[in-house]
Design a protein around this ligand. Sequence first.
Ligand code: ATP
Ligand code: MG
Length: 320
Amino acid sequence: MAVVRERRQVNLRLPLPDLSDRCSRFPLPLPPSASTTAAAASASVTISQTELEKLQVLGHGNGGTVYKVQHKRTSKIYALKVVNGDSDVTVHRQVSREMEILRRTDSPHIVRCYGTYVKPSGDVAILMEYMDAGTLDTLLRTRGTFSEPELAHITRQILKGLTYLHAHKIIHRDLKPSNLLVNKNMEVKIADFGVSKIMSRRLDPCNSYVGTCAYMSPERFDPDAHGGNYDGYLGDIWSLGLTLMELYVGHFPFLSPDQRPDWATLMCAICFGDPPTLPQGASDEFRSFIECCLQKESSKRWTASQLLDHPFLRSHPTSD
Ligand code: ATP
Ligand code: MG
């Protein structure tokens, strides 16, 4: 387990290419301050940032800090992601994108946003629902690997979230255990949209190098070897397959638990190696499900809505 912990601390992010190569020089326009999501608006919630008391730090992400906060008037607990005004332009672009996406989404399988704040100092914050069991990554480290019935329950929720996102032309691009939040009811919600992409047209190119490289699909790692055009929706499915396998075997599936995850090792394993397969003991249905996600040729991968009807999920029917 100590080895796993050491691996997780290694920075798996790819360096970002020169900004001028990727997009316009200007960050996305910042949303109006203290705006509310569709969900928050329907619940008539408007919370001023001054009404929030910081209780503790929940985690530090790439450029921002997430706090557990309490709304003084109602005593309700939320999570507040704060990015300082002096953070670099990439971090600001990411938080702006996250705000834009969270304001658009309204699904029980996507972390809910209750408001966004932009201060004159440039500090930016997002008020989210508080997920009291942390992330699937923390759960994996604290309570160990997940059984197939547990994974079926988790998978169904992630797929419902992905189906929603993909239907709204949003590609997550950074799906991994630490971006999947959990609460005590074992509800799993997709979070962290900093590197996500909203596709404005069906054939928008989507091949910039952002996100955590370990969970990237082969065609995203090396677009030229795959005709230069890649389908980001199916890239999310690859990341889902790796995520589920990691939760089952307890370590990043392309590497042995003691292997160093440097960029070259990952590149070789993902682009030139065979996709990882489940160990003996896994059911045929689960094995088939993972194979449907981890096809190196993206056109052979199943879509999120097809996977929702896969025999693995049908063999573990939901109680609700
Ligand atoms: P990275 O930038 O590499 O994705 P990260 O996922 O850790 O890192 P954030 O998404 O900013 O970064 O979140 C930091 C941590 O804060 C998360 O790992 C999680 O533990 C915690 N966290 C984030 N959002 C919530 C939330 N809504 N409820 C509870 N905890 C949260
Ligand atoms: Mg994250």
